[in-house]
Design a protein around this ligand. Structure first.
Ligand SMILES: Cc1cc2nc3c(=O)[nH]c(=O)nc-3n(C[C@H](O)[C@H](O)[C@H](O)COP(=O)(O)OP(=O)(O)OC[C@H]3O[C@@H](n4cnc5c(N)ncnc54)[C@H](O)[C@@H]3O)c2cc1C
Length: 474
């Protein structure tokens, strides 16, 4: 049977943009929604509409909502969900807006969480509770003078909602676990409008630690167990000569490094004017001299340029931060469940050499996992990737004016490259680097946890109110 929502908006919501122009959309009682909100309702043409609607990945910027409910509390979120359901309007939650695949865009109602960013801190337990629309920057602003942290990301504008719900990687993860491992409670509004306070023992709490945003409801607060942090030695080094040899030695050295070292290694694709470069970015709970000694075998191959220095924790994070400026891109990820050996390095560099050099920028990057990321069992939380050594991702950036034919050529390169990496990596794909071109995404994101997630989805969202291209199926 076709339900009212699918009839009005098309199964994937694709007809939404066209429908108002064709005059087929019924008049919606926007005033009734506005009256139910303590926050504001923004309609197309309204103040800030364009800025609020824009996703971080501009590839999806043309998909615009027909209304944005700027929620101030869980009751606003509940009212928005119920109003949207009553009138057959598709909905999505938007926090940081950094979904790789633009899954917080919609042709329906955007439930904007960004005004819900209050922070409360219980010094006796070290538990910090942040509003559901908080971002990495919200956490940093509150905790930067307190020497406390969770495992956070590098981009200030990424939402803690998307980050924590999908796992959450960061340079602290090898020493302390992923972001979701510090989530001790969350408040969530489900499809029926009910507000739940979830803790250990609740099935939705298990899912909140890794199933990914947008699947089961809208989280209106997150409580994290913080931990003490001290100074970090941070480094940003680049090698421009002997890149393949450097990369091979670097991964071998890093695979033996203590868990107090967190790193990202990038092999940047060649451009018309330069060859492949290798970059090492990260932090270490040791001295610059300790780091130099650890990397001695790599320095013996070639001297890098760049900088190394010890800083107080949050200054160190500012050094490591990435701005996350909105751009056009696609990334494809794969966990390496085994060491990156010489054969893997040869495959990685072969793919980079095939880069057509016609788009803006491309790279193969690996974030070092292992350590406390693997301290939990795959079924203990919904984040199943608990035996990896690295998380790899091939990134491709282009510009608005990149001709279609050039873009197609570059995307074909990305896909062909990815097909060579997946079999040697042997692990799944990261649900927070959500990838609309991944075919076997259900198994790649969730592995042995998939059936349990599907059963939960059937129970709490039987009609699929929370739907997007790669939503957990029911
Ligand atoms: C520049 C950049 C840097 C990044 N850095 C990191 C990093 O260091 N570590 C890492 O692990 N990942 C990182 N990511 C990936 C990031 O974790 C995911 O893209 C994440 O989904 C973004 O969350 P968001 O709230 O910003 O995005 P949104 O697009 O707002 O939301 C993502 C998904 O969650 C849903 N959602 C939003 N808010 C809520 C809510 N309150 N309750 C329930 N569902 C919700 C949305 O509907 C959507 O499906 C980065 C991404 C970018 C673009």
């Amino acid at each position: 049977m076709i339900d009212r929502r699918a009839f009005l908006f098309g199964a994937a919501g694709a007809a939404v943009l066209a429908t108002p122009l064709m005059g087929a959309i019924p008049r919606l009682p926007w005033d009734a929604l506005a009256k139910r909100l303590s926050g504001t309702l923004v309609r197309p043409g309204g103040s800030d509409f364009a800025a609020l609607a824009q996703p971080n990945n501009l590839r999806y910027a043309a998909r615009l909502p027909i209304g944005i409910a700027r929620c101030r509390n869980a009751h606003d979120v509940s009212a928005s969900i119920l109003w949207a359901r009553e009138h057959g309007v598709p909905l999505v939650a938007r926090s940081g807006g950094h979904s790789y695949a633009g899954y917080s865009t919609t042709g329906g109602l955007m439930i904007d969480m960004r005004e819900m960013d209050a922070v409360a801190f219980d010094a006796s337990t070290g538990i910090a509770t942040l509003g559901g629309g908080s971002r990495n920057a919200t956490f940093e602003a509150y905790f930067k003078n307190r020497n406390l942290a969770i495992t956070h990301g590098r981009c200030p504008s990424v939402g803690l909602a998307g980050l924590a719900l999908g796992g959450g990687i960061g340079f602290n993860m090898r020493a302390h676990g992923i972001t979701a491992d510090h989530l001790v409670a969350t408040e969530m509004v489900t499809a029926d409008g009910a507000i739940h306070r979830l803790r250990d023992g609740d099935e939705l709490m298990w899912a909140a630690r890794g199933a990914g945003g947008g699947n089961f409801g809208i989280n209106t607060s997150f409580s994290f167990q913080t931990y003490d942090v001290g100074p970090r030695t941070v480094f940003n080094l680049t090698w421009s000569t002997k890149p393949e040899e450097v990369f091979a030695r670097l991964v071998t050295v890093l695979e033996r490094a203590p868990h107090t070292l967190g790193s990202k290694v990038s092999a940047v694709a060649p451009t018309a004017s330069s060859g492949i470069q290798v970059q090492l970015l990260g932090q270490f709970e040791g001295t610059p001299a300790d780091l130099r000694e650890m990397l001695a075998d790599v320095y013996a191959i070639a001297e890098p340029s760049g900088s190394v220095g010890t800083k107080p924790y949050w200054e160190a994070q500012a050094f490591l931060a990435e701005p996350g400026t909105p751009a056009y891109w696609q990334e494809r990820s794969r966990f390496f469940d085994q060491p990156i050996d010489h054969r893997a390095v040869a495959t990685i560099f072969d793919g980079l050499r095939r880069y057509p050099k016609t788009a803006h920028e491309a790279a193969f990057k690996i974030f070092q996992t292992g350590g406390h990321v693997n301290a939990r069992k795959p079924g203990e939380t919904a984040f199943v990737h608990r035996k990896s050594l690295w998380l790899s991702s091939i990134e491709l950036y282009w510009q608005q004016n990149t001709p279609d034919a050039v873009l197609r050529q570059n995307l074909a390169w990305l896909d062909a490259y990815y097909e060579t990496i997946a079999p040697i990596a042997k692990g799944g794909a990261y649900q927070n680097f959500i990838d609309p071109s991944l075919v076997d995404w259900k198994n790649a994101y969730y592995g042995g946890n998939l059936d349990r997630l599907v059963a939960l989805k059937r129970r709490v969202d039987p009609t699929g109110v929370f739907a997007f291209g790669e939503a957990i199926p029911r």
